[in-house]
Write a protein that binds this ligand. Structure first.
Ligand code: NCD
Length: 362
């Protein structure tokens, strides 16, 4: 049985996603039924980057399934300080645990970890790239609150350039029917080109604006994000952009009555606390939904429910590996760890892309 990893949200087929959502529904409704489902199993959380929600959500999910948890929440207490690579650490940990959830500041780190060991690896965030379990959380929240995952307009606000939750959410929603995207950001923080190209090839309707006010009346799901301070190389630029959008009650008055507000959290200043009391504010409920969907994910990865062919290494739009090229993205794991093989693919349109970080090569 081939092991399954979750590196990118599109590693899950639509059928698998549906089965995860319905399993999560059952877990939400009857948690006691699952209280021993992972008895005797261990989750390792390998977090090289700060986290409150995601790590504790994984850990409490595993504990509520009757399993146990090991790991580190600060790479300074791991052998990373001695120069151990992500791959070696994952390989070592695979002798101690049954499943790994890992977060790293470099793009592609989870893919590198997954390819070095025989146990399932879940990407809990790799730099500014992807964050698929936040997307499962977002989708489960929309599914529970709107009772559908089709036919709506999503307004995505803030740091669309560095926001990994944004990148994964868009990749996921591109596969659902009749979703329109309204991308609200300052010029400097627009969505990366590779995701816009994916939107174009999926044929979805999308528009960009820098005005939150003008978008408010049209959106059904408003997805607020934090400006990702830690990803800026220019401090002055961050300072200039940090408070671009603040959702407050006057702006909420412009929105539909059944609109919902999501945020992966942590919020800094982009949602005024006065909005928390609005019934449309769902960002704290979202945290609870995140634990439930992670329970469904861990269980499905460990009990063999998710065993169909893993698509991440040969996705349909990637034609073939291309040799003799190097990824030039300084935030890519391949740039940091020179012993990793280059993984450059040539897409159908002739362009080259690094499989670790998805950056295009000139
Ligand atoms: C997000 C992340 O880490 O990307 N947080 C989370 O996992 N809930 C969003 C963020 O840090 O802004």
């Amino acid at each position: 049985m081939a092991k399954r990893d979750l590196i990118n949200i599109t590693d899950l087929s639509l059928e698998e996603l549906e089965s995860l959502l319905s399993r999560a529904d059952d877990i939400a409704d009857r948690p006691e039924k699952y209280s021993q489902s992972c008895k005797g199993k261990k989750l390792a959380t390998l977090f090289y980057e700060p986290s409150t929600r995601t790590r504790l959500s994984f850990e409490s999910a595993m504990l509520e399934l009757g399993g146990s948890v090991i790991g580190f929440s600060d790479s300074r207490s791991s052998s990373a300080t001695k120069g151990e690579t992500v791959e070696d650490t994952a390989r070592v940990v695979s002798y101690f645990a049954d499943i790994i959830a890992t977060r790293h500041f470099l793009e592609g780190a989870a893919l590198a970890a997954s390819e070095s060991c025989d146990i399932p690896v879940i990407n809990a965030g790799d730099g500014g790239h992807f964050h698929p379990t936040q997307t499962l959380t977002d989708l489960f929240t929309i599914h529970r609150e709107k009772e559908k995952l089709t036919d709506f307009t999503v307004g995505i606000v803030g740091d669309l350039k560095y926001g990994r939750t944004v990148h994964s959410l868009i990749s996921a929603l591109l596969r659902n029917n009749n979703i329109s995207f309204c991308l609200i950001s300052p010029e400097e923080l627009k969505l990366p080109g590779y995701i816009k190209r994916e939107m174009d090839s999926a044929g979805v309707s999308w528009m960009e604006t820098d005005s939150l006010e003008s978008a408010m009346p049209d959106v059904d799901v408003l997805y607020m994000t934090r400006i990702q301070e830690e990803r800026f190389s220019d401090r002055a630029e961050f300072e200039r952009l940090r408070d671009t959008y603040v959702l407050d009650l006057p702006k909420m008055r412009l929105a539909k009555e059944d609109m919902i507000v999501l945020h992966p959290l942590p919020r800094v200043n982009e949602i005024a606390p006065e909005v928390d009391g609005d019934l449309r504010a769902k960002y704290f409920d979202q945290v609870g939904y995140g634990k439930v969907i992670r329970k469904a994910l861990i269980l499905s990865m460990l009990d063999g429910t998710l065993t169909t062919e893993d698509t991440k290494k040969q996705p349909s739009d990637r034609e073939s590996f291309a040799y003799g090229h190097r990824c030039g993205n300084p935030k890519c794991i391949r740039t940091a760890e020179a012993n990793l093989p280059q993984k450059i693919v040539r897409l159908k349109d002739g362009s080259l892309r690094c499989l670790y970080c998805d950056h295009g090569l000139e």
